[in-house]
Design a protein around this ligand. Structure first.
Ligand code: ADP
Ligand code: MG
Length: 455
């Protein structure tokens, strides 16, 4: 049930928060019911529920008040029927291609396929939240041009570049934009691994024609990570025919890869040459400014404004892979959120400092030695049997450091410390992790040991 009041509220909120925040937190909410005292808003998941409760409830109340609704409580309720994968009008994001060329929704014949495609594309990936810099502006421009007029220019489009630099985001943005412009367009997104798997299944279950028809009736076919087709001769042949059928019909083909066609081992010559028919774009690693902009935008979607020094720190910490960059940011935000802290540079450094600057050669022994030294005890004492408090704590810290710095398994940690039972290692790591949040001395000890270790 939609409610015009909630629609009005959303309309105003959209104007007062960033686009990214709106899309992330508000877009997929629904009014479930309301009376004079209580309004229940359905949200897709617990994460969004928490954010709305903690960060946005006041804004919601203010906007309600502006609309003449006062003294009301708003409750956010998880409602799994609300799928963020779907648009407001409940059109599937991806219209499955159907052999008949019809525009009806999936028939039983294609249900399984439909299901998988919808899983494959993510409505979050759009042009609006893609940050453009010198490294990706060409790819961005080409993708936008294609989204406006699929099948007319740059066909196929072949984008390639390293891991985590936004290839999937960009090619899916084309898919989302095409469907937005034309809800009946048959956009098919598939990872190459999935394509290979479906092809094998099709042969095995003798459904080859369904498979071929499905892909060949697409208006836009997006095939991600084509490098995984290497060595798969039969799939290459199938893809060759799909490619030809689509290309001849002026249907758009978009291909992504981690390397240019000529460097994909065992890629058939004829596919290589087909891929070169349209436009090939090399996506570079994002530069410093772009990384900063990405971090700021991502933080904003959590409605957090990061201090400039934290942004720069993160940007320097992770220099190529945006996925890892996001990971570092999320780690920082989660850490601060759980403890009610503001994300400051000192926290970022303590929490993430060691990650990239860590020289490869740091050994377990060095960690234990450094820890012993810090607590003014001998390494032998840490490794020994004594259970005095002034030895047990350093021992636990050493275990914690082995885990956090070297990511050793618990049995391995136990062995490094000369213990047989790895459950002690589990408890120790857990204990130090928890206590360091409350105990500033312990926290300082850990960062000092780290600093010395990497100095
Ligand atoms: P790839 O397919 O190249 O390995 P992805 O498209 O999966 O990389 O990108 C990894 C993550 O980084 C995604 O969450 C994506 O949204 C984000 N990302 C990458 N580049 C950008 C960008 N220019 N602006 C915003 N987010 C980006
Ligand atoms: Mg990808």
């Amino acid at each position: 049930m939609q409610d015009s009041l909630w629609q009005a509220v959303l309309g105003e909120i959209e104007l007062s928060v960033s686009h990214a925040s709106f899309v992330t937190w508000f877009k997929n909410t629904r009014m479930l019911r309301r009376n004079d005292e209580l309004m229940v808003v359905g949200v897709p998941n617990v994460f969004i529920k928490q954010q709305l409760e903690r960060k946005y409830n006041q804004l919601v109340l203010d906007v309600l008040k502006k609309n003449g609704v006062e003294n009301i409580r708003v409750e956010y309720k998880i409602n799994s029927a609300i799928s963020p994968q779907r648009k407001d009008n409940d059109e599937p994001v991806l219209m499955p291609g159907r052999p008949s060329g019809g525009t009806k929704k999936a028939s039983s014949q294609t249900t399984t396929l439909t299901h998988t495609y919808r899983q494959g594309i993510n409505e979050r990936y759009n042009f609006d939240n893609f940050i453009v810099g010198s490294a990706n502006e060409l790819a961005y421009a080409a993708c936008q041009a294609i989204a406006q007029n699929p099948g007319t220019k740059y066909n196929p489009l072949f984008v390639y570049g390293g891991v985590g630099i936004g290839k999937t985001h960009l090619v899916q943005a084309v898919g989302n934009a095409v469907v937005k412009n034309n809800p009946s367009a048959r956009v098919v997104y598939v990872s190459t691994e999935q394509f290979v798997q479906e092809f094998l299944d099709a042969i095995r279950y003798k459904k080859n024609t369904d498979f071929a028809g499905h892909y060949r009736s697409a208006d836009v076919l997006i095939i991600d990570d084509i490098q995984f087709i290497a060595g798969k001769e039969k799939t290459q042949e199938e893809f060759f025919h799909t490619f030809n059928a689509l290309h001849q019909a002026n249907k758009q083909i978009i291909i992504s890869s981690d390397k240019p066609p000529r460097e994909i081992p065992t890629l058939e010559e004829r596919l290589q040459s087909r891929f070169a028919w349209g436009m090939s774009i090399d996506m570079q690693n994002p530069d410093f400014e772009t990384r900063c902009a990405i971090i700021q935008t991502k933080a904003e979607t959590h409605s957090i404004v990061l201090p400039a020094d934290v942004v720069e720190f993160l940007s320097n910490l992770v220099q190529t892979n945006i996925r890892e960059l996001e990971g570092a940011l999320n780690q920082l935000l989660a850490f601060c959120e759980m403890r009610g802290l503001d994300p400051e540079i000192s926290i970022a450094k303590t929490l993430l400092g060691g990650q990239k600057t860590r020289p490869k050669h740091i050994s377990a022994k060095q960690i234990i030695e450094r820890t012993a030294k810090h607590f003014h005890i001998e390494m032998d004492e840490i490794l020994g049997p004594k259970r005095d408090k002034d030895i047990v704590v350093p021992r636990q810290v050493a275990m914690y450091m082995l885990r956090s710095e070297l990511h050793l398994s618990f049995p391995k940690i136990a062995r490094e410390l000369g213990r047989k039972d790895h459950t002690t290692a589990i408890h120790s790591v857990d204990k130090i992790e928890k206590e360091s949040n409350f105990d500033p001395d312990l926290k300082a000890a850990i960062s000092e040991i780290k600093e010395r270790l990497y100095a």
